[in-house]
Design a protein around this ligand. Structure first.
Ligand code: 1HN
Length: 351
């Protein structure tokens, strides 16, 4: 006897009859669940600093750093509006602190990075040690460490915040606390962590002070820049990345934070790079110079012209290529350590 021919109607009846039991058929969604290749909902996007800055300064008049707790304009992926996310796993924002202001001390399990975009002389304090911010410095706030920011200089200071907020939200593992004092007490002179850990040496008897996170709070720009300059001069230039270095946790050789990797690269004058793609979506902050990035994915192709202090995002598995006539320096961060921990990181260098 033949089985009755299943009709679309009978299937729909099945689906709706079992829906109250929170049951749903896999076969309707299987292909979307395991796509042949990553199909990020994110879009490539560019934020021109000259367009963003006036709104940051208006925010500076609209609310104090203390009232806001953190006065930040979130860089939201245009395809993820309302989610406080620049990629599915990462958060990015531009934070402003005006002369005389304090952003009060708190801590949370989310890890944060700061990349200084404009202005000098604000500080961030992490676990009793202050670090002065200068443009191009990369600064870390490890998970669950007390941190506050202040500006004792005469000019506004703006930095890029990169946090793993969507990742921690995904795992429902977020905790946060406010400190009892606005500014934490300083217990160590500035530069102590860099002296201990930042010279390819480490204390003879040490415990990693912040677990899986780097013990160095601040990676000063002048050192990174000097390394890139020397390599541009003295070593072969990569056809995809120009000269690109990753920041290290000196105690492990791995990324500075368990959830985020950070990079700085220099594209030499006249650079016309080959295309690449990688599973880790990446956020870029332009430090110096000008260039172009072409990003193609999900049926869309964008070419972004960028200059100093601009920001852009390249989503997972989008194909990108750089060009720079005058040369440029780019900072970037991504969720690569998570991909690597899960054994799912892939990249392709195309030609
Ligand atoms: C945070 O604590 C900071 O400490 C910046 O400066 C941005 C975004 C969401 C949640 C906490 C900071 C943040 C944040």
């Amino acid at each position: 006897m033949n089985a009755p021919h299943p009709t679309a109607l009978a299937r729909q009846q099945l689906y709706s009859d079992m829906a109250p039991l929170n049951l749903t058929p896999l076969w309707e969604v299987l292909h979307a669940l395991v796509p042949p290749q990553p199909a990020s909902p994110c879009h490539a996007a560019l934020w021109k600093y000259e367009q963003v800055r006036p709104f940051l300064m208006r925010a500076g008049q609209a609310i104090t750093a203390e009232e806001a707790v953190r006065r930040v304009l979130i860089l939201e992926n245009p395809a993820l509006r309302g989610q406080s996310a620049i990629t599915q796993s990462l958060y990015a924002g531009l934070q402003l602190i005006l002369p005389g202001e304090v952003a009060p001390s708190h801590r949370h399990t989310q890890s944060a990075l700061r990349f200084i975009v404009e202005g000098s002389g604000a500080y961030t304090a992490v676990d009793g040690e202050r670090t002065t911010m200068r443009p191009g410095d990369f600064i870390i706030t490890p998970s669950w460490t007390w941190h506050d920011h202040g500006n004792e200089a005469a000019e506004p200071v703006v930095w890029l915040d990169g946090l793993d907020i969507p990742t921690i939200r995904f795992f429902d593992a977020g905790f946060a606390q406010n400190d009892t004092s606005k500014s934490q007490a300083v217990s160590r002179p500035e530069g102590t962590s860099l002296a201990r850990y930042g010279h390819n040496m480490a204390p003879v008897r040490h415990d990693a002070p912040f677990g899986a996170t780097s013990p160095i709070f601040s990676y000063p720009y002048e050192r990174s820049r000097d390394a890139l300059d020397r390599l541009e001069r003295d070593a072969p230039v990569d056809r995809w990345d120009g000269v690109k270095l990753r920041y290290l946790n000196p105690l492990t050789g791995g990324a500075p934070m368990p959830t985020m990797a950070t990079f700085m690269q220099k594209l030499p004058a006249g650079f016309a790079g080959q295309p690449w793609r990688q599973t880790d979506g990446a956020v870029f902050s332009v430090v110096e110079g000008h260039g172009e990035i072409e990003v193609e994915g999900a049926g869309a192709k964008n070419t972004f012209s960028f200059g100093p202090r601009d920001h852009f995002v390249v989503p997972s598995w989008h194909t990108a290529r750089f060009k720079s006539a005058p040369g440029c320096v780019l900072f970037s961060f991504s969720d690569r350590p998570v991909h690597q921990a899960l054994g799912i990181h892939r990249e392709e260098r195309l030609s």
